[in-house]
Design a protein around this ligand. Structure first.
Ligand SMILES: NC(=O)C1=CN([C@@H]2O[C@H](COP(=O)(O)OP(=O)(O)OC[C@H]3O[C@@H](n4cnc5c(N)ncnc54)[C@H](OP(=O)(O)O)[C@@H]3O)[C@@H](O)[C@H]2O)C=CC1
Ligand SMILES: O=C1Nc2ccccc2C1=O
Length: 303
């Protein structure tokens, strides 16, 4: 889980590029089946400018765009890290992947991606039960283990899992532990659910942050504004770069995105400077004075 150069090392010894470019949220095209050239162009730009890690998901419906961007950019398969996620559904248990289980879902996604394997496959959420899905959460994990055994997913993990959810998987004595827990994480939301960052990290599970720019995209006018302005001036970096750097120095892998070339360029340039431990602590302490939760609103009860 340590940062080595521009990679994080996972508990199983594999590496993962320490910043990822997401094709969710603003690129999300669920229910629209035509190929979106804007997504392909954005991905090609991101790859050209240095992103080596793409965060996708079944629900984003952007797998064909990822596949096309990989072909167009000419990047070698082994030089790019691709994440996909099984659409388990939301807290209402009313909507989920049309495929019979995560094993079948990834096989279908690989066809769209035109790839033989993904580097990381996640359960997008923990809202899985036998009555609705036909398999339990631990059985869902078993499908991911099978995908790893067959080489269709090099690494496996989870997303939006609480401590209780992780315990359910870990207590089932799995063959493989989750390598990653992808959650909302920013200076204004330092624990998506109680104790989740510490518990994940103590168990060798790399935390990935979605929504890492929350303090400047949704939280402006808050107590971090002067701190970010000060550090931005000191290092000659944008406030976005300061926030992403803070995420990395918390031992967390940021997932971000942009349609703007100058921002994309700036995101891959966060390895050229380092915040002091005091500055990391200052962002942590001041950030705790405000909460901005953008996703998974069912967890708002913890705010
Ligand atoms: N597992 C899960 O449940 C979830 C996973 N994700 C993943 O995480 C990825 C990233 O999530 P996201 O929340 O978008 O990440 P960020 O917090 O990094 O936000 C990125 C957005 O911020 C905008 N932005 C960047 N810089 C600035 C700025 N200085 N001022 C104002 N706006 C700015 C970008 O738009 P612009 O084009 O204008 O630069 C972009 O829309 C997703 O694409 C997805 O892959 C996201 C949500 C849930
Ligand atoms: O990228 C994403 N945007 C979202 C919005 C709501 C729920 C999940 C997600 C994603 O995974």
């Amino acid at each position: 889980m340590s940062l080595v150069g521009t990679d994080f090392k996972l508990s199983n010894g594999n590496t993962i590029p320490a910043i990822g470019y997401g094709v969710g949220t603003k690129w999300f095209k669920f229910g629209r089946d035509e190929v979106d050239t804007n997504v392909i162009n954005a991905l090609e730009t991101a790859i050209k400018l240095g992103f080596a890690h793409i965060d996708g998901a079944e629900i984003y419906n952007t797998n064909e765009e990822i596949g096309a961007a990989l072909v167009n950019s000419g990047v070698k398969r082994e030089n790019i890290f691709i994440t996909d996620k099984y659409f388990a559904g939301d807290a209402s248990f009313s909507n989920r992947s049309p495929h019979s289980n995560p094993y079948e879902a990834l096989k279908a996604d690989l066809k769209q991606l035109k790839l033989d394997y993904v580097d990381l496959y996640l359960l997008h959420s923990s809202y899985i039960k036998k009555e609705t899905h036909g398999f339990s959460l631990t059985e869902a994990w078993g499908y991911l283990e099978k995908l790893k055994d067959e080489g269709l997913a090099k690494n496996i993990g989870v997303s939006n899992f609480t401590v209780e959810d992780l315990k359910t998987v870990l207590d089932s004595k799995p063959k493989y532990k989750p390598e990653v827990n992808q959650i909302e994480f920013s200076a204004y939301l330092q624990d998506q659910t109680p104790g989740i960052v510490q518990y994940s990290q103590e168990n060798g599970i790399l935390v990935e942050a979605y929504g890492p720019l929350g303090p400047i995209t949704k939280g402006q006018g808050g107590p971090l504004d002067p701190v970010l302005a000060k550090l931005s001036k000191k290092y000659g970096k944008t406030e976005g770069q300061i926030l992403l750097r803070w995420v990395i120095q918390k031992g967390v892998l940021p997932l971000t995105t942009s349609s703007k070339e100058d921002r994309i360029k700036s995101f891959v340039d966060i390895f050229s400077f380092e915040l002091t431990p005091e500055e990391v602590d200052e962002i942590t302490t001041v950030g705790k004075q405000k909460t901005v939760r953008q996703f998974a609103k069912e967890f708002s009860k913890y705010d």
